[in-house]
Design a protein around this ligand. Structure first.
Ligand SMILES: Cc1cc2nc3c(=O)[nH]c(=O)nc-3n(C[C@H](O)[C@H](O)[C@H](O)COP(=O)(O)OP(=O)(O)OC[C@H]3O[C@@H](n4cnc5c(N)ncnc54)[C@H](O)[C@@H]3O)c2cc1C
Length: 333
């Protein structure tokens, strides 16, 4: 089977692109190395506890995004989340945010369910891309496992440095790397920990989230109060960009101890290893993005790049990038 488009990455940008291609009746496939769609819309279980451990919430400002967000609200994919409580750090963000139902990854699964299940190739890591064919050219997408996938066009939505790395041996390798070099990402060391209600109260003082102003921590969420973990106390603590950069290669125990200390909790509770995990996000949140909404390398290469490195650098930006990229693409194929 020769597809019109192979989308690499089933995060919010890839899912937005898939919706447009589906509506335009294009033959496409969506490949992701993860076991489920969503990318950084990520949720994990430890025992009975459930944690949103990637993106925590989002805002909607652009009218195109506001419109689609309203449809997600109407269909119960997301709900409003009040961010108006006082924080320890100053913030210029609107107080009205949105969170996935029942979790951020649950929201991604709702979006994926709007697409036919056969478009997804999950748990397939793309390792090589080669342009082939005499006469009509096409792309040969090679994964770590499974059969190769053939497609006329590639739409890459992996975080831009990873997408550029995949393209390094292609004709546009240098141009893709030059784009990626203009973008910077913050890393994020994220502690997921099961805690007793009294300890949760110590950190959050009755609120469902907290912005920290210190050097070590930037954000914390009480997944029980957020409705993500209905039965067990589950806390997500995200380290600051500077701390995450400096301690990225330190041991999990060392990082977890520092994070708990910064949250005002005795690290002795870490003794029970089955009660906590550390997630290391190398490419968490874009710090410096590209102003355009996507990149199109032209008719001869048939490669497009989208994702949160383009535009706003968050969920809204990723959705707009994938959506606009696919709208431009359907007019050409
Ligand atoms: C800790 C953290 C907190 C955040 N907080 C917020 C927040 O509160 N609000 C907000 O708006 N944004 C937040 N963000 C950022 C937000 O999550 C991202 O901007 C958005 O989800 C990016 O979507 P995307 O589709 O561009 O990329 P991704 O979600 O990264 O999707 C890319 C996909 O590509 C796949 N992939 C990569 N390489 C390959 C390969 N070789 N083969 C196959 N598949 C591959 C990945 O598995 C992934 O699923 C946060 C992110 C993190 C990590």
């Amino acid at each position: 089977m020769l597809y019109d488009v192979a989308i690499i990455g089933a995060g919010v940008a890839g899912l937005a692109a898939g919706q447009v291609l589906q509506r335009a009746n294009k033959k496409f496939v969506m490949i992701d190395k993860g076991k489920s769609p969503g990318g950084r819309l990520a949720t994990r279980r430890i025992g009975g506890a459930i944690f949103d451990h990637g993106a925590q919430f989002f805002h909607a400002r652009d009218s195109r995004f506001v419109e689609v967000v309203q449809s997600w609200l109407d269909r119960g994919f997301i709900r409003e989340w009040n961010l108006g409580e006082p924080d320890s750090a100053e913030s210029a963000v609107p107080s009205q945010g949105y969170i996935g139902q029942p979790s951020m990854n649950g929201f991604a699964k709702h979006l994926a369910a709007d697409l036919p299940s056969e478009v997804f190739r999950l748990a397939q890591k793309v390792v090589r891309l080669t342009q082939n064919g005499s006469g009509e050219t096409f792309w040969h997408v090679e994964c770590e496992s499974g059969d190769p996938i053939l497609s006329r066009t590639l739409l890459l939505t992996a975080p831009l440095p990873q997408a550029a790395n995949l393209l390094r041996n292609t004709a546009i390798g240098e141009d893709a790397m030059a784009l990626a070099n203009q973008v910077t990402f913050q890393s994020c060391l994220t502690l997921l920990i099961l805690l007793e209600p009294t300890l949760i109260e110590t950190i959050f003082h009755g609120h469902s989230y907290r912005r920290f102003g210190g050097d070590v921590l930037s954000w914390g969420a009480d997944n029980y109060a957020k409705g993500v973990s209905p039965f067990v106390g589950a806390v997500t603590l995200q380290a600051s960009p500077d701390f995450s950069r400096v301690y990225y290669n330190s041991s999990d125990e060392e990082v977890a101890n520092s994070i708990l200390e910064a949250a005002g909790i005795s690290h002795k509770i870490l003794m029970a290893k089955e009660n906590w995990q550390l997630k290391k996000w190398r490419y968490a949140i874009p710090e410096k993005t590209l102003p355009q909404q996507f990149a199109d390398f032209g008719k001869s290469s048939r490669i497009l790049l989208a994702g949160d490195a383009f535009g706003h650098g968050n969920i809204e930006g990723a959705w707009l990038s994938g959506h606009e990229c696919a709208c431009a693409l359907v007019d050409k194929i």
